[in-house]
Design a binder for this molecule. Structure first.
Ligand code: LLP
Length: 408
């Protein structure tokens, strides 16, 4: 998504084009609003798909990690392009089905699947359950027996690599609660052998973390998982899937889409190389890389407060609507909808009664006035889905734009 100012107004579109005036899109809205650009989601999906296929005929399915954004219009659009989804709760499975994602393209992940969630998912006929522990496998077996069904499962491996990202979003390191190492295999295999009519092991899965840029670490994790895959084959299991998770990062600070699309192409090449010779359907679970860039969170300046040490621009939106800056120190670009020429340094804060309620700190921006609208960029992933009604504020509205017009 390229943002630029023309005639002092924030536009989105190809530089040099007329672009779409963001203010026109939101002028009839009151209160904070998320806007998603569907065309951007499609472009990024197609780029990832082409990168994975590399001009060849890779057997694969992209399962969009809908925890990053579960807006039904986005789910429906991706499903229409052939995508499935990766879900982490019964609630997400239900949302996906309601949005029209075929059940046989739904994966259920998550570390604490309840009996009800497993029962609901199996009765819907989903594609695969990614298993996090032997106890969970035993629970899936017992629910499948009760339903008279066979559950297709994949074991989530913890390849013990350090993916060098924010500690709150690493998942494939030995100290994380996610996945299992090889020491779990005997117990898992015993459960499989005990219940062959209700469990079918389709393959392995892994997801080592989020906001990743180091392809070498990602490759190491895939290779470690493939070793276990080969070992299970020697134990007599016929595995026909390999799920390598998601995790590709984006450059929040610069907004440089070209750099990350080139990372996506390198990722595709790396994956094809890592899985060469393996006869499986490849499954991926990207979230952020598909939707982060498509989203803007727009709030309105309520007050400009000039304190001796700082100038605060206090908005009607904050950490309750976009938690990433407060939780991970994430740096989202701040784009005022109007550029009057003069610049000023601000801390951009919200209405919540906590000092962690900021969207950006120490940023130099076009001068802001009370009543101005401000867009927070790259908020399409882990934005609205993590929003809360803390302090009894309303949730923001969500608008979906396609070809420059609001469609939803
Ligand atoms: N698969 C599994 C099993 C996951 O746990 C995740 C994300 C994904 C796929 C998608 O990862 P992605 O491609 O989006 O990196 N709230 C944090 C991110 C949490 C990620 C949790 N798991 C943030 O705002 O940065």
């Amino acid at each position: 998504m390229a943002y630029f100012y023309s005639g002092g107004r924030l536009k989105v579109g190809a530089p040099g084009s007329n672009g779409t005036d963001i203010h026109d899109l939101v002028k009839d809205q009151t209160g904070p609003v998320y806007i998603y650009d569907l065309d951007n989601v499609v472009k990024r999906f197609e780029t990832l798909k082409a990168a994975l296929e590399g001009g060849g005929t890779l057997r694969h399915t992209i399962h969009f990690a809908m925890k990053s954004n579960s807006h039904p219009a986005i789910l429906a659009k991706l499903a229409s392009l052939g995508a499935g989804v990766d879900t982490v709760s019964g609630g997400e499975v239900k949302l996906a089905i309601e949005a029209g994602v075929p059940a046989d393209r739904i994966i259920l992940s998550g570390v604490a699947k309840t009996e009800r969630e497993i029962e609901y998912s199996l009765s819907q006929g989903i594609k695969q359950i990614n298993v996090e522990s032997p106890q969970e496998l035993a629970r899936i077996a017992s629910v499948a027996r009760k339903l008279g069904k066979t559950a297709d499962v994949a074991f989530r491996m913890n390849p013990d690599v350090n993916p060098k990202t924010h500690p709150y979003i690493t998942t494939g390191f030995r100290e994380n609660k996610f996945g299992m190492d090889e020491s779990f295999l005997p117990e898992l295999i015993a459960i499989l052998r005990d219940t062959p009519q209700h469990l079918r092991l389709r393959g392995l899965t892994q997801h080592i973390g989020s906001q990743l840029f180091d392809l070498a670490v990602m490759k190491e994790a895939i290779e470690k998982t493939i070793k276990v895959h080969r070992h299970l084959e020697t134990e007599g299991f016929q595995l026909d899937r390999l799920d390598i998770g998601g995790g590709i990062g984006i450059r929040y600070e610069t907004g440089d889409e070209e750099e990350e699309l080139s990372l996506v192409r390198d990722y595709g090449r790396m994956v094809r190389e890592a899985i060469r010779g393996l006869d499986v359907e490849l499954l991926t679970e990207p979230g952020r890389v598909l939707v982060a860039r498509s989203g803007l969170l727009i709030g309105e300046v309520q007050y400009i407060k000039r304190a001796p040490a700082k100038t605060f621009a206090i908005l009607d939106t904050g950490m309750h609507h976009l938690m990433r800056p407060a939780l991970y120190g994430a740096k989202h670009r701040v784009l005022p909808l109007h550029d009057r020429g003069a610049k000023q340094n601000y801390d951009i804060c919200g209405p919540i009664c906590e000092s962690s309620d900021f969207l950006a700190k120490d940023v130099t921006l076009p001068e802001l006035h009370q009543g101005d609208r401000v867009a927070i960029a790259d908020a399409g992933a882990y934005g609205f889905v993590m929003a809360s009604r803390y302090n009894a504020h309303e949730l923001p509205r969500e608008l979906v734009v396609e070809n420059g017009v609001i469609v939803n």
